[in-house]
Design a binder for this molecule. Structure first.
Ligand SMILES: Cc1cc2nc3c(=O)[nH]c(=O)nc-3n(C[C@H](O)[C@H](O)[C@H](O)COP(=O)(O)O)c2cc1C
Length: 164
């Protein structure tokens, strides 16, 4: 969570036997452009594992570059398609990606082809009132969505691309 899940909070969570932690959402465009953004937004240490870096991005090249930068320090990256804040939607990142499954597909494919198929790339989505929304679209663009864990309003999704 933005402003919360930085290194000290993640360490505290690990003291309570949390299995997996995520960084706050990092805006991939700023992260790749400015060293200052990287230094202020991302810190880790050798005890901070397993760790997923969560990014907001809207294109494959930017997400892949950001993922490459954190690759030595994390166990995967997560694309945030759940942030509903107005500024994020105006930027074309976050929850508005729920309406662009092709973009999500391209970003996930791009990051995995750049860093290797074994590199974990997940997405966070919102569940809409109609659960078929997004799900059916995702199937239609060649994504098989598999629910790994479902809480009331949160799901962790892994992408598996169908053959062909
Ligand atoms: C202050 C604040 C910061 C958040 N930051 C993130 C974030 O960085 N990444 C993320 O996936 N969700 C973030 N969330 C969303 C929460 O993790 C959670 O999914 C959400 O609050 C639940 O959905 P709802 O707020 O629509 O009920 C944030 C929420 C709040 C209130």
């Amino acid at each position: 969570m933005v402003r919360y899940s930085k290194l000290p909070f993640r360490q505290l969570c690990r003291d309570y036997a949390v299995d997996l932690t995520f960084t706050p959402m990092l805006v991939a465009k700023e992260f790749t452009r400015h060293p200052h953004a990287r230094y202020t937004d991302f810190s880790t240490n050798e005890l901070d594992k397993p760790l997923i870096a969560q990014f907001a991005a809207k294109d494959s090249v930017t997400l892949s570059r950001a993922a490459e930068m954190v690759y030595p320090y994390v166990d995967g990256v997560d694309l945030n398609c759940g942030c509903p804040q107005t500024w994020a939607c105006q930027e074309g990142i976050g929850a508005c990606l729920m309406k662009s499954p092709e973009s999500v597909r391209d970003m996930v494919r791009g990051a995995k082809s750049h860093l290797g198929n074994d590199f974990c790339v997940s997405t966070k989505i919102r569940i809409h009132a109609d659960l078929r929304y997004g799900f059916i679209d995702g199937i239609n663009v060649g994504i098989r969505w598999s629910l790994l864990d479902r809480l009331k309003v949160r799901v962790l999704i892994s992408f598996q691309f169908m053959d062909g």
